[in-house]
Design a protein around this ligand. Structure first.
Ligand code: CTP
Ligand code: MG
Length: 235
C-alpha cells in the first residue's frame, strides 16, 4: 500500500477576494474555510497532514483550527513562502516517511472523500496524476489587445483542480530542481507543471468534480456554502 501524506496550502493572501482576513480563514457555514479541506483529509485514508500557512498564522492555525476541531492527523504546521510553489516546497520538506503525497489548495473546501481516494489510487497507478474536469465553455486565447486569437480544440481542454497526487520522491526532486533554477519558475501555477517541466514522467488527468471549486472571488463564497450544505447536510 504505502504511506501517504497531504500537504494543504493556506499561505496565500487572497488578493482577488479583497477581504482583510485572508480568504482561507473566512467563515463558511460558521466554520473557517480551511476547516473543510482538513476535515475531508482527516476522514480519508491519508496518514499524515501537513498544513502550510502564512508566516504570522501558524499559532492561529494550530490553536483555532487544529486543536479546536481535534484534527489528529496534522503532524506539522509550517510557514509557506512568496509564491504557491515556495509554499509547496516548504510543505514537502515537512513531510516525513511517506511514499505518496497529495497537494491540495486550502481554498478548495468542497473536496470530497471520493476524490481524495481516487487521487491516492491515481498516484499509486500512474506515479503522477492531477484531478480536473473537461471544460464546458469554449476557451479562447486572446492577442495582446484582447481580440480573439486562437480557439483551442475544446474536446482536449481540461480545467485543473487539486488534489495533485504524486510519488513523494518524484515530486520532491522535481521541486528541488525547480527551486534551484530561477529560469524555470516563471508562470508555474500548479504542481503537475513542475513534474512536467523538471522530469520525464507523464502526468495522468483524472476526473474530479465540477463542484470542487477554488474559492477565489466573493461570489464563490455563496456558491461554496450551497455546495457544502449538499456535502455535509444542512445544520
Ligand atoms: N497559496 C500558498 N502560498 C502562496 C500562494 C498561494 O499556500 N504563496 C495557497 C493559497 O492559500 C490557496 C492555494 O495556494 O489555498 C491556491 O492559491 P490561490 O487561489 O491563488 O490563493 P491566493 O494566492 O491566496 O489568492 P490570490 O491569488 O487571489 O491572491
Ligand atoms: Mg494566488
Amino acid at each position: 500500500m504505502g504511506r501517504s501524506a497531504a500537504v494543504i496550502l493556506a499561505a496565500g493572501k487572497g488578493t482577488r477576494m479583497g477581504s482583510q482576513v485572508h480568504k482561507q480563514y473566512l467563515e463558511l457555514l460558521g466554520k473557517p474555510m480551511l476547516y473543510y479541506a482538513i476535515k475531508a483529509f482527516e476522514t480519508s485514508t491519508i496518514d499524515d497532514i501537513i498544513l502550510v500557512t502564512g508566516p504570522g498564522e501558524t499559532d492561529y492555525c494550530q490553536k483555532e483550527i487544529v486543536e479546536r476541531f481535534g484534527f489528529s492527523k496534522v503532524k506539522a504546521v509550517t510557514k509557506g513562502g512568496k509564491e504557491r510553489y515556495h509554499s509547496v516546497y516548504e510543505g514537502l520538506k515537512a513531510v516525513s516517511d511517506c511514499d505518496y503525497v497529495l497537494i491540495h489548495d486550502g481554498a478548495r473546501p468542497c473536496i470530497t472523500g471520493e476524490i481524495i481516494e481516487d487521487a491516492i489510487k491515481g498516484a499509486m497507478k500512474h506515479k503522477a496524476c492531477v484531478v480536473g474536469m473537461p471544460v464546458k465553455d469554449t476557451i479562447k486565447i486572446s492577442d495582446e489587445n484582447e481580440y480573439a486569437h486562437i480557439t483551442p480544440d475544446r474536446t482536449r481542454l481540461w480545467q485543473i483542480q487539486t488534489p495533485q497526487a504524486f510519488e513523494y520522491e518524484l515530486v520532491f526532486n522535481a521541486y528541488k530542481k525547480l527551486l534551484s533554477s530561477e529560469s524555470f519558475q516563471e508562470g508555474i501555477t500548479d504542481d503537475a507543471m513542475v513534474v512536467e517541466t523538471m522530469t520525464r514522467e507523464k502526468v495522468k488527468l483524472i476526473r474530479g468534480d465540477y463542484t470542487n471549486i477554488k474559492v477565489t472571488t466573493p461570489e464563490d463564497m455563496e456558491i461554496a456554502e450551497v455546495l457544502l450544505n449538499r456535502i455535509y447536510g444542512k445544520k
